[in-house]
Design a protein around this ligand. Structure first.
Ligand code: AMP
Ligand code: MG
Length: 499
């Protein structure tokens, strides 16, 4: 038996990214913090990574997750990337406050990046302090774990620690470090970084890296890079359809915040819908609604077009043919998004089969929800509790609409449509419970946990939310207060990057 201190020094680190050429990153270690303190270790995730939680939980783990000690075998780097921010190209962003410790192969054989976020300045900090306040650490922990439980591809959170130091934002706040686990941290902006420099060798090297790491089946395609673009487009379409189904608004879909692995990454001013309004924007810096809820599918496509531009030289020696290939690959995005999105919405209203008129039925409901301020999550959850033929129990559902009568005509049409379904009412209800969560990380709940952490280093609200959000599909009656929409005055209408 090794003593705990050395266990964390015998992790099977791999470093395929840090083995890429020097210009892909800056090699440096984290900046130690004053008085690190545990907030939380994600034990199930540690086990998924093949790690024994006990070996990470104590002082040795705390030192590693605070950035006070680089574990043996890790080779930390800050990754270089660029990106279009709100439509404007920024040639150099990069990890300004994050360090990739290395990669671990999880128990399913999947390679995972382990990254410290808030670990101190790097050559990419551009004047920033390289730190993270504890509030955004708590928000990202909650959101990433909630999304994972909802079955939406996402980065995860392995650990959160408080630093015992103060970071200055609008006011002094306690600092924190979050340990992020990702399929990789390659972004659309990573490709843009090299493409804009005219460094085609690096673009090719990165594309080959992504092919092998994320889309190995594409290496056999007649044109692997076209297949890669198509695969990223398909993954992105599915990701954004997933967001639309659970009412998630990313908030800053800049190309540097779009993973080529099709995972939700960079939880900043994100939010979940309460009352449905398709134009909902939470980000305080998104003045024109570029990243509003209903804009996300189109922005995904816009971002993919930036990836396509970066890949053009790899697609064909002849520029016109390269553009044709890019168009061809990108043309898969829309129809794929529509198909997945539609199927998901059909499932949300309990339809197992597709019939003409279903889209109209769905959109009629969405229109009424928007007009009557109906809550996104509760409306679908309650619909799943209604009887397929008997309208006598409809009141709870109807009361979710400002004018409950607005729901009646729709419910009649819905029941008429249900008659054409072959499965039983009980099966339909069970299926609806499995796609319409009872709990999402509502903004006022996230704010409650953030405030407690920021003001008092009190992580009890965070703990309670994590427990409930780990199983969003069950009713958990003892936590009914966390399923409710915000009351007047509780609603959070703006979220800040708060980074
Ligand atoms: P984000 O909005 O988190 O996607 O970050 C955009 C860019 O700003 C990235 O290059 C970040 O690394 C960088 N950044 C954000 N916050 C900080 C910070 N506190 N210190 C240094 N760089 C930062
Ligand atoms: Mg980012």
């Amino acid at each position: 038996m090794r003593p705990p201190l050395s266990e964390i020094d015998s992790l099977p680190w791999e470093a395929t990214y840090a083995a890429l050429p020097d210009r892909f990153y800056a090699r440096l270690g984290p900046t130690p913090v004053a008085r690190p303190q545990w907030v939380r270790l994600n034990r199930p995730l540690a086990r998924q990574l093949g790690l024994e939680p006990q070996s990470l939980a104590g002082e040795a783990g705390l030192a590693v997750f605070a950035g006070n000690r680089v574990p043996a075998g890790a080779d930390p780097v800050a990754q270089a990337y660029a990106g279009h921010q709100f439509g404007h190209f920024v040639p150099q962003l990069g990890d300004g406050r994050a360090l990739l410790l290395g990669e671990l192969i999880d128990v399913d054989g999947v390679r995972r990046d382990i990254q410290l976020k808030g670990a101190g300045p790097t050559p990419f900090s551009r004047g920033g302090d390289g730190r993270a306040p504890i509030g955004p650490v708590v928000r990202e922990y909650l959101a990433s774990e909630a999304m994972a439980a909802l079955g939406i591809p996402t980065t995860r959170t392995l650990a959160a620690v408080a630093t015992g130091e103060t970071v200055w934002r609008h006011s002094p706040e306690p600092g924190g470090v979050l340990t992020r686990v990702a399929s990789s941290h390659v972004r659309v902006g990573t490709f843009e970084y090299f493409a804009r420099r005219g460094d085609q060798a690096a673009v090719r090297r990165l594309a080959d890296y992504v092919l092998v790491r994320h889309y190995p089946h594409c290496t056999w395609a007649p044109q692997p890079y076209q297949a890669l673009l198509e695969a990223v487009a398909t993954a992105t379409a599915e990701l954004i359809a997933g967001w639309m189904h659970v009412g998630f608004i990313h908030g800053v879909m800049n190309t540097d915040n779009l993973s080529v692995a099709g995972e939700t990454i960079d939880y900043g001013p994100f939010g979940f819908l309460d009352a449905f309004d398709p134009g909902t924007v939470y980000s305080s810096i998104d003045h024109f609604g570029r990243y509003a809820f209903d804009q996300q599918p189109a922005i995904g496509e816009w971002n993919l077009a930036r990836l396509a531009e970066a890949l053009l030289p790899l697609l064909d020696d002849d520029p016109d043919s390269a553009v044709d290939r890019a168009r061809e690959a990108l043309s898969r995005y829309r129809p794929h998004f529509e198909a997945v999105h539609r199927a998901g919405l059909r499932a949300k209203i309990g339809l197992a089969e597709a019939r003409p008129g279903d889209d109209d039925l769905v959109h009629d409901l969405l229109r009424r929800m928007a007009a009557e301020g109906a809550d996104w999550t509760l409306t679908f959850r309650r619909l799943g509790e209604l009887d397929g033929t008997d309208a006598r129990g409809d009141d709870g559902f109807r009361q979710g609409f400002r004018d409950p009568q607005a729901a009646d005509a729709w419910l009649s049409a819905w029941r008429a449509r249900l008659m054409a379904e072959r499965r039983s009412d009980a099966e339909r209800r069970a299926a609806m419970r499995a796609v319409n969560p009872a709990f999402v990380l509502r903004n006022h709940l996230a704010q409650w946990a953030v405030d407690a952490a920021t003001e008092r280093l009190d992580f009890a609200p965070m703990e309670r939310l994590l427990g409930v959000l780990a199983d969003p599909w069950s009713d958990q009656p003892e936590h009914a207060d966390l399923a409710r929409p915000p009351e007047m005055g509780q609603a959070v209408v703006r979220t800040f990057c708060g980074t």
